[in-house]
Design a protein around this ligand. Structure first.
Ligand SMILES: *Cc1c(COP(=O)(O)O)cnc(C)c1O
Length: 465
């Protein structure tokens, strides 16, 4: 390691000193602190442009994860920095409590109402996907109270779902390691996920989709429909390993929710804003109507923190008709600069036709490029929709046998990717990707070539090649 390195941003960084200071004072999220300290503190990321970022040693990475599933418009968007700057000079902050609002919040709520289906006409703003899902949990319970059915307070979710890291969001999520650390709130139930490759056995994919949906109906019947207020799901589970449900799943889930008068919550934090080749994941999954939509990440392409709950007309009408204060909100709900950035980000996505580009061009191209890996002995399956994709690394291709304990091979592969200048994430032994929506076909070729090289190296490590 050099003491200091000149890099593209024109600034000198002293990597060792930065890491020393960081280790001494910064507790990073989702980190094993002991392990991090033993390994020396990881990398320092200094600047980014397009689909690439650089570390403090001057090494370039192809960002196959769009930051953390969020930098959909890509890095280096000067106009996003400029609108934030202009807004901060005009009105850097004012709250939206106490019967006040400001132009960016008013404008963004209107814009999001136009962008989402006809029955969505109201936005409630927060700062993160987690806070948005917390907000939904409170709205669901308040809605049923206003409707005179306070006992309809249970929310059904799936195992291996990710809905965030605040107490309500982690309880809604189905991540066992998070649940085991405590803090779970009651009246949230988890059912099977629609993970056909890993859990479908010999079943036909469509039949498995129906069976996974039936798990929701079984749970409703077990609890009693008079106790179940809502079902929450990501159209495609992202952090759970890019679980793309069989096409039979979502229409059936929707039918079940209608039948038992259970509100449907679509967590679009990853799938929203073009990721799957439509503006929203529910369009790709055959979901015709929902009651809540969670938006974050791609809403601002990660340039500033902002999230929104889109509240369907049925719920909004009850809140407006019945009245009574909803005691909920955040200091920064509808932050003016974050709203201004989100508005311009949506303008960029429209102007550059990024959603159509993913749908017609780069999404299908990624699927073909991924399919070239299917001949690899370590690759059990590749799957994608739009620009969200996964490569399943398995012990036995023929029988779909997975590695036990899971995760060791995935981490090896991820480390090779990093060494090779590619960022992919390992979810157990599933390599997942979600590159910026501006990625070109040539860059997809580069990404898949680096992935193949890393998978080859991993296969050699474990004596498979
Ligand atoms: C990231 C994520 C969240 C949580 O968002 P934060 O901004 O990290 O709080 C919620 N739901 C899904 C599907 C996510 O991927």
């Amino acid at each position: 390691m050099n003491d200091s390195t000149e890099n593209r941003s024109g600034r000198n960084y002293n990597t060792e000193e930065l890491l020393r200071e960081d280790l001494a004072h910064h507790m990073r999220p989702f980190t094993d602190y002991k392990e991090l300290a033993e390994e020396g503190g990881g990398r320092v990321i200094t600047h980014a442009d397009g689909i690439y970022f650089w570390d403090s040693e001057g090494k370039r990475y192809l960002d196959g994860m769009a930051g953390l599933w969020c930098v959909n418009a890509g890095y280096g968007r000067k106009e996003l920095a400029e609108v934030a700057s202009a807004q901060m000079l005009e009105l850097p902050f004012y709250n939206t409590f106490f019967k006040t609002t400001h132009p960016p919040a008013a404008e963004l709520s209107k814009l999001l109402s136009d962008l989402t289906p006809a029955n969505f006409n109201h936005a409630f703003f927060a700062n993160s996907g987690s806070e948005a899902n917390d907000t939904i949990l409170r709205m669901v319970r308040q809605f049923w109270q206003l409707e005179g059915k306070p006992e309809k307070r249970v929310i059904i979710s799936r195992h291996n779902a990710y809905h965030g890291s605040t107490t309500a969001a982690l309880s809604l999520g189905g991540m066992d390691p998070m649940h085991k650390q405590g803090g779970i709130i009651p009246d949230i139930e988890h059912v099977a996920q629609p993970y056909w490759y890993g859990e479908g056995g010999d079943m036909d994919e469509d039949a498995f989709g129906l069976q996974a949906a039936k798990a929701i109906e079984d749970k409703i019947l077990e609890l009693g429909a008079d106790r179940v207020g809502a079902f929450i799901g990501e159209p495609i589970q992202g952090a759970g390993g890019v679980i793309i449900p069989p096409k039979t799943y979502w229409p059936e889930v929707q039918r079940i929710c209608k039948k038992y008068d259970v509100l449907l919550i679509c967590d679009e934090v990853i799938c929203g804003f073009g990721r799957t080749g439509n503006w929203f994941g529910f369009e790709s999954m055959g979901i015709e109507s929902a009651d809540f939509i969670t938006l974050a990440k791609g809403l601002s392409s990660g340039y500033l923190p902002i999230s929104a709950v889109m509240v369907g007309d049925r719920v909004a009408k009850t809140f407006f008709d019945k009245g009574g204060e909803f005691y909920h909100g955040f200091t920064y709900s509808g932050h003016p600069a974050a709203c201004a950035v989100a508005i311009r980000n949506i303008e960029i996505i429209r102007r550059e036709g990024l959603v159509e580009k993913v749908r017609d061009e780069t999404g299908p191209y990624l699927a073909k490029a991924l399919a070239t890996l299917n001949d690899h002995p370590l690759v059990g399956e590749t799957r994608s929709m739009g620009l969200i994709g996964a490569i399943e690394l398995v012990k036995n291709k023929a029988t779909r046998e997975q590695f036990t304990p899971p995760g060791k091979v995935g981490i090896k592969c991820r480390n090779h990717c990093t060494e090779n200048g590619l960022v992919m994430r390992a979810v157990k032994d599933i390599m997942v990707m979600s590159p910026p929506l501006i990625i070109t076909k040539d860059q997809i070729d580069d990404m898949i070539a680096l992935a193949r090289k890393s998978i080859d190296q991993t296969a050699k490590d474990i004596g498979m090649m």
